[in-house]
Ligand binder design. Structure first.
Ligand code: GLU
Length: 312
């Protein structure tokens, strides 16, 4: 069993990210598997070096560790996506040979909506296929994005928390971008190529990515790769239904660390929000190993009051 956490160094980690990281670490550690840290630093406009360092410090401060990652090496590296462009180009080549890609010259705004954001609520309407009739290479002689021809029909997959999940990516998102106009591989492609290359057997991530999974499955199929087992865990939201972030008033992990809040208190609070520890518990992450049980996890996004000590 091999699992991973895949942070994007585009900001500080918040408590929602921390809960997902903790759960994926517990899933792996309680099964005696190997935990991989993969940094998803593909978006040159948003990624900042300082976040990369502080995110890894935050996760170690919480008590998590990893067997492979950018700072510890491993057999399936590099573990920074920015150093894996050749792997993405190989995959694109394979897709192109099957006639599954086409160039798209639609506006930047449309492309940004489809390519940058793995999160469903940030996405626009389904791509209508405007460029789908274009010949495969350089037809307009200026930079184009590459879109993947999504096969028509429903995609079914099994999720450890949600059971059988059905969706229709061809209807819901249409042909999606796998390489942006600036040549950078899009999240959907990079995540599939890397999870397969890093032999990830179990992907545990936020439920906001459920709709992305339905897009990734046809990519696995087209590339002849074996998909992992999926666990999409609910998000933790503030009482008014916002994701934890600066806006919700909650401190980031970096701020908590810098204020010298005890990490055991943060771990205890996170564990209590998902039924793995009683309210008010304070304990090191390692004490939760063995308590991980998908049957005890909430199925729905969890709204919580942000206690005073977690507020900015
Ligand atoms: N880098 C993605 C994010 O931060 C995670 C994607 C994944 O776990 O598949 O949302």
């Amino acid at each position: 069993m091999r699992g991973r956490f895949a942070p994007s160094p585009t900001g500080d980690l918040h408590l929602g990210n921390a809960r997902t990281a903790l759960l994926s670490w517990l899933q792996v550690r309680s099964a005696g598997g190997r935990f991989v840290m993969r940094v998803e630093d593909l978006d040159p406009g948003r990624v900042r070096e300082e976040y990369l360092e502080s995110q890894l410090l935050d996760l170690r401060w919480l008590g998590l560790d990893w067997d492979e990652g950018p700072d510890v090496g491993g057999d399936f590296g590099p573990y920074l996506q920015s150093a894996r462009q050749a792997n993405y180009e190989d995959a694109l080549q394979q897709l192109s040979e099957q006639g599954l890609l086409y160039e798209c010259y639609c506006t930047r705004k449309e492309i940004a909506e489809a390519a940058n954001a793995p999160h469903a609520d940030e996405e626009g309407p389904a791509y209508p296929g405007t460029c789908s009739g274009r010949p495969p290479t350089g037809s307009l002689g200026r930079p184009a994005a590459l879109r993947f021809r999504v096969p028509a029909g429903e995609v079914l997959f099994d999720d450890a928390l949600h059971g059988t999940t059905v969706s229709d990516p061809a209807m819901e998102v249409g042909d999606f971008v796998v390489r942006r106009k600036d040549g950078v591989a899009a999240y959907q492609l990079a995540v599939v190529v890397d999870d397969a290359a890093m032999r990830i057997s179990d992907v545990l991530r936020g439920a906001d990515l459920l709709s992305s999974t339905a897009r990734q499955i046809p990519l696995y199929q087209a590339l002849g790769l074996e998909p992992p087992r999926w666990t999409h865990v609910p998000l933790v939201l503030s009482a008014d239904g916002e994701r934890f972030s600066k806006r919700s008033g909650a401190l980031s992990l970096r701020e908590l660390r810098e204020r010298r809040v005890a990490p055991q208190r943060v771990v205890g609070w996170l564990a209590a929000t998902c039924g793995l520890a009683p309210r008010g518990a304070e304990l090191p992450a390692a004490e939760l190993i063995g308590r991980y049980d998908p049957a005890r996890l909430p199925r729905e996004d969890t709204r919580v009051d942000i206690p005073e000590w977690l507020r900015s």
